[in-house]
Design a protein around this ligand. Structure first.
Ligand SMILES: Cc1cc2nc3c(=O)[nH]c(=O)nc-3n(C[C@H](O)[C@H](O)[C@H](O)COP(=O)(O)OP(=O)(O)OC[C@H]3O[C@@H](n4cnc5c(N)ncnc54)[C@H](O)[C@@H]3O)c2cc1C
Length: 467
């Protein structure tokens, strides 16, 4: 089939207005959020439902075209960017229905934004706890395909742990209906786990059954100045010991990251004086309104202050103030984008090793690249840090960017030495394809290739990504 015949056949499936070939209209879908990847595609096609997704996949198989799934295009590893004239970008944005909601589950289509899923849960008096800064744009299909984490993993787990069932269109166009709402099902391999985190390389997720939780009735949000990352981890231990599973989020924010927000994000104000080197934003919540949560947090902070672990702390006095605290954390990626390039890392090490890892990694980088500054922030309760070096001066920063490979090697070799992960939550995409081969064992890489070969023998789905 010639390319124009394939485009016409796709239009016959989804309707002419849902196939885009015009370069200007395609452009936003062909660049990633960080502007690092600029791709090419035969066209963008936007099916309306699972049957149309399946028909598009079958047509692409017959026409020997590749398929690149895209949700909100907020991914940070270039996974959703197609890279050739034989690639069809399949947008899930029209699969937008909330199919069902029960007391403890919600069944949604892949193109719903994360915010829409949260809102549907809220309207039913429930909580869907996955939460990240891109939630207004990111799709639930993309969240599952990247096994997204975010700020509440500490308490509720990442996307994988929040998913009970999936509906997936396979590489040959068949539909696997795994939309089960079961918390127990030991009838063989747990197939949904293969597709979660596979970044569109094994199947196209069209719908999911997700877990719901009781909505929070009380919430305490605190901004805390700590002397160093070890003190932050010690504070987390105290909070967990005293307030138990009610610790919902616990974010570490380094001075450089906070300074970028204060410089670039309008109306941002630091909650505490003294310009501490490290701050913690933590949130505790309870589904009861009589939980004595505030008293518990105040007591923990007073004890930590007395023991010198905490330098200063303030509790948000209103929902607006809590939102202002969160804005400081959630606009860090945007502030970095405005500031200019930095070398991005999304790493995890065991929580107990964070302080030692940071001390060694900071020292090794400073020795190799004097004057370097590191925007370090992230989900310290999960051992996950975003660790992004740059040089303050433009020319020096350009030189550093040219040496990104050497920076990665220092950081990733140390992450590996600490038994960590070189991609805690953003995934592999195009960005870290070579890196995973370096750090995973040959057995693990071989197992990944065997799975890919079994589910997508023609390498039709998202070629050039992950494996
Ligand atoms: C400001 C900002 C903050 C972020 N914060 C976090 C964070 O805290 N935690 C975190 O984990 N991530 C974070 N991210 C990245 C995160 O991975 C994405 O925001 C989100 O999970 C991806 O969803 P998306 O719909 O945009 O996917 P896309 O970018 O469209 O796609 C991402 C990958 O999934 C595949 N894919 C998309 N939809 C499907 C589908 N239906 N079926 C199969 N494959 C599919 C794509 O092919 C691609 O490989 C952040 C991103 C931004 C821009």
């Amino acid at each position: 089939m010639k390319p124009d015949e394939a485009v016409a056949a796709l239009a016959a499936i989804v309707g002419t207005e849902h196939v885009v070939t015009d370069p200007a209209q395609l452009a936003p879908n062909l660049s990633d959020w960080r502007g690092r990847y600029h791709g090419r595609a035969l066209c963008k096609v936007s099916p309306a439902d699972t049957a149309q997704v399946a028909a598009v996949v079958r047509l692409c198989a017959a026409a020997d075209l590749k398929l690149v799934p895209q949700g909100g295009n907020t991914g940070l590893c270039g996974g959703a960017i197609p890279a050739g004239p034989d690639q069809v970008l399949i947008s899930l944005g029209r699969l937008r229905r909330i199919r069902a909601i029960t007391a403890d589950t919600i069944t949604v289509e892949a193109g719903c934004t994360l915010a829409e899923v949260q809102q549907a849960a809220r309207a039913a008096g429930k909580l869907f706890p996955l939460s990240l800064a891109a939630e207004g744009t990111a799709s639930i299909g993309g969240n599952l395909a990247t096994n997204a984490g975010g700020v509440q993993v500490l308490r509720y787990g990442n996307a994988r742990e929040l998913c009970l069932g999936l509906e997936v269109v396979l590489a040959d166009g068949r539909v696997w209906d795994g939309l089960r709402a079961l918390r127990k099902d030991n009838t063989g391999y747990d197939l949904k786990q293969l597709f979660i985190g596979s970044e569109g390389t094994l199947g196209i997720i069209t719908a999911a059954v997700l877990k719901l939780f009781p909505a929070a009735k009380s919430r305490v949000t605190a901004w805390v100045a700590v002397c160093d990352p070890a003190a932050a981890v010690a504070l987390l231990d105290r909070l967990r010991a005293q307030c138990d599973e009610r610790v919902t989020a616990f974010e570490l924010i380094g001075r450089t990251a906070l300074d970028l927000v204060l410089a670039h994000i309008p109306d941002s104000r630091e909650p505490l004086a003294g310009r501490p080197a490290w701050s913690v934003l933590c949130e505790l919540s309870d589904s009861s309104s009589e939980a004595g949560l505030e008293g518990c947090v105040e007591q923990v902070l007073a004890d930590a202050l007395a023991d010198g672990e905490v330098l200063d702390a303030t509790l948000a006095a209103s929902a607006a103030q809590a939102a202002a605290f969160w804005r400081l954390r959630e606009t860090i990626p945007e502030a970095q984008r405005i500031e200019g390039p930095s070398i991005k890392h999304d790493i995890a090490v065991p929580v107990a090793s964070i302080a030692a890892f940071l001390a060694r990694c900071d020292a090794a980088l400073q020795a190799a690249f004097p004057g370097l500054r590191i925007a370090c922030f992230g989900h310290i309760g999960d051992g996950n840090l975003h660790y992004n070096p740059s040089q303050p001066a433009k020319a020096a920063n350009e030189a550093l960017m040219a040496d990104a490979e050497a920076v990665h090697r220092i950081v990733y070799d140390l992450v590996h030495a600490f038994d960590g992960s070189i991609s805690a939550e953003h995934g592999v995409g195009q960005l870290r394809r070579a890196e995973i081969v370096r750090y995973k064992s040959p057995v693990e890489i071989e197992l990944m290739r065997v799975v890919k070969q079994a589910l997508d023998p023609a390498n039709r789905l998202n070629p050039g990504k992950v494996v």
